[in-house]
Ligand binder design. Structure first.
Ligand code: AMP
Length: 171
């Protein structure tokens, strides 16, 4: 199935110079969405994944169904101030300024194996923050898996040593 054909490029969104990879046409197509979830889950079957962590917000749409597919739990990694219970936080740098990811302190049991999922990896800052957060909680990061890798931004280098999968790579 040609998932790439369903990705919509939006130039200059959310700011000038960025070409936003809009995956909503993939999500809206039942066959494409199902094929995408199967492909994201495939390399991780029978690896004993305990939890799948999704990065706010588009990561949630992929991580939750992959968690069901792998018979694992789902954890949301959220922007600051969104989670209602006790949180731990991991700050990270953006091109201009900084941001953070937060996770509930009881989301993970020490020693669990956690797969991180997001829609896009660009510079890798967000994925690296997710890896740090989960490792600080005492879990093992089984891997980072994304739908789309913007390879020209070298995000992979930010998570060196962590098993990485991308379904589509744009050079
Ligand atoms: P980065 O931390 O630079 O790897 O950015 C990754 C995060 O920003 C992910 O959560 C993506 O959803 C989002 N993102 C960055 N660049 C794009 C893009 N060109 N199209 C869609 N989402 C993007």
């Amino acid at each position: 199935m040609d998932l790439a054909a369903l990705i919509r490029d939006i130039p200059d969104f959310p700011e000038p110079g960025v070409v936003f990879k809009d995956i909503t046409p993939v999500l809206a197509d039942q066959e494409a969405f199902a094929a995408l979830i199967q492909s994201l889950a495939e390399p991780h079957r029978d690896l004993g994944i305990d939890k799948v962590a999704g990065i706010e917000a588009r990561g949630f749409t992929l991580a939750a169904p992959v968690a069901c597919e792998l018979a694992a739990g789902f954890i949301p990694l959220r922007k600051p101030g969104k989670l209602p219970w006790k949180t731990m936080s991991q700050p990270y740098s953006l091109e201009y300024g900084h941001d953070a990811l937060e996770m509930h302190t009881d989301a993970i049991v020490e020693g669990e194996s956690v797969l991180i999922i997001d829609d896009v990896i660009a510079t890798g800052g967000t994925a690296a923050a997710a890896v740090n957060l989960i490792e600080r909680a005492g879990a093992k990061v089984a891997g980072v898996t994304v739908f789309i890798e913007l390879a020209f931004l070298h995000g992979r280098a930010a998570i060196e040593g962590v098993p990485f999968h991308a379904l589509l790579r744009f050079d």
